[in-house]
Design a protein around this ligand. Structure first.
Ligand code: RP5
Length: 162
């Protein structure tokens, strides 16, 4: 199976990345994690993106906050699918990172998930890899059924909580 590459702009983004790695682990998808910044370590971020396909990655998650150019900078250097996670910060609460991540120019796409959306970033990667992997597709179907059952269980009990 192809690996998922995960890059975060700072180790302060780790709580958001943890949501992604927990999700990948539950689906038994291999991943590799790095702290590379578009601004503080641009050479390492570029080299990672340029070599990712040859190293067996199938999709990349890039998480950053504030002036969040990491996902775009990674996407500029690979044609692998790049999922951007805008991370919230104290001052603008993630609106800054959301706009910086989502507003990519035509030609260089970044699939942007919600602010702090670590789970969906991992699930999108899983769905991309599952296009060519029926076993993984089955795991995703099972998860959807399990998640729906959990909601219906809450539905059954909601009246008793009022
Ligand atoms: C971004 O700046 C990082 O992705 C992080 O979300 C934010 C703050 O980084 P630190 O100052 O905590 O290292 O580049």
């Amino acid at each position: 199976m192809k690996k998922v590459g995960i890059v975060m702009g700072s180790d302060s983004d780790l709580p958001i990345i943890k949501k992604a790695t927990d999700t990948l682990k539950a689906l038994e998808i291999p991943f590799e994690v790095h702290v590379y910044s578009a601004h503080r370590t641009p050479d390492q971020a570029r080299d990672f993106a340029r070599s990712a396909r040859a190293k067996g990655f199938g999709a990349i998650i890039a998480a950053a906050g504030m002036a969040a150019h990491l996902a775009g900078a990674i996407a500029a250097n690979t044609t692998l699918p790049v999922i951007g996670i805008p991370c919230s910060s104290a001052v603008l609460d993630g609106i800054d990172a959301l706009l910086a991540t989502v507003q990519m120019p035509s030609g260089i796409p970044v699939a942007t998930v919600a602010v702090n959306g670590g789970v969906n970033a991992a699930l999108l990667c899983a769905q991309i890899l599952a296009v060519e992997d029926t076993e993984l597709a089955q795991k995703l179907d099972d998860k959807r059924r399990k998640d729906a059952a959990a909601v219906l269980e809450k539905d059954a009990g909601i009246a008793d909580r009022l």
